[in-house]
Design a protein around this ligand. Sequence first.
Ligand SMILES: NC(=O)c1ccc[n+]([C@@H]2O[C@H](COP(=O)([O-])OP(=O)(O)OC[C@H]3O[C@@H](n4cnc5c(N)ncnc54)[C@H](OP(=O)(O)O)[C@@H]3O)[C@@H](O)[C@H]2O)c1
Length: 220
Amino acid sequence: MTTAIIGVGQIGGALARDLVRGDEAVVLASRHAETATTLAQELGPLARATSVEDAITSSDVVVFAVPLDAIKELISKDAELLADKVIVDPSNPIGVDENGRPARTVPDDQSAGTVVASLLPAGAHYVKAFGTLAADSLAGAANRAPSRAVLFYATDDDDAAAPVEGLIRAAGFDPLKAGGVADTVRIEVPGGDLHQNGGLSGRLLDLDEARQAAARPRAA
Ligand SMILES: NC(=O)c1ccc[n+]([C@@H]2O[C@H](COP(=O)([O-])OP(=O)(O)OC[C@H]3O[C@@H](n4cnc5c(N)ncnc54)[C@H](OP(=O)(O)O)[C@@H]3O)[C@@H](O)[C@H]2O)c1
């Protein structure tokens, strides 16, 4: 299985390092080609850098590690390339309000997950994953001992769950499904009760703790 990582900033860079450490092949692409090229050279033979379109075409799984607005643009531009791919969305609908305070960028009855899933072409397999920790935790807590930290994911698509669970394990975490697309709001910030920087107040959970947290009804 080959994984395209589009965007090699904080999340994309950390994920690429985690996956290569777990023996996964990655194809890297970004807006500025040199960023992806530099990282691919650092990561060695399991990584290569290319254009966004070639990265999508040559991979089974596509991780859009870019801001939500860029995900919308890329889906609109490359829609015909995305059918049959597993699309991994780590985005958080977070911006700043007129007073410079963090604010949601989607209406309260939506999530970044519901927005992205609704834009995908028929045949694409949507999963929300790899966005439930801060980037420094995604980098630093991989292969945590004695118990691995959990990465929650959410999907309605059984075909997306197995590959994403495999990637989460390869990256050095334990996977736990938080629900379907309608539940993506639980694993996004602002507001998600299962997000490290939301209701978990900075904590990382092991599998037992994560199961208990996921089973608790979300506060309205
Ligand atoms: N940072 C966190 O702690 C964190 C935690 C959870 C989830 N997230 C989510 O993860 C996603 C990435 O966040 P980040 O913090 O990694 O952002 P970042 O550090 O700013 O990196 C964004 C990357 O996306 C690339 N990019 C932007 N627009 C693009 C486009 N149109 N086409 C191709 N590449 C494009 C940028 O390329 P250039 O550098 O070449 O411009 C950069 O490599 C966001 O959706 C964010 O909400 C972030």
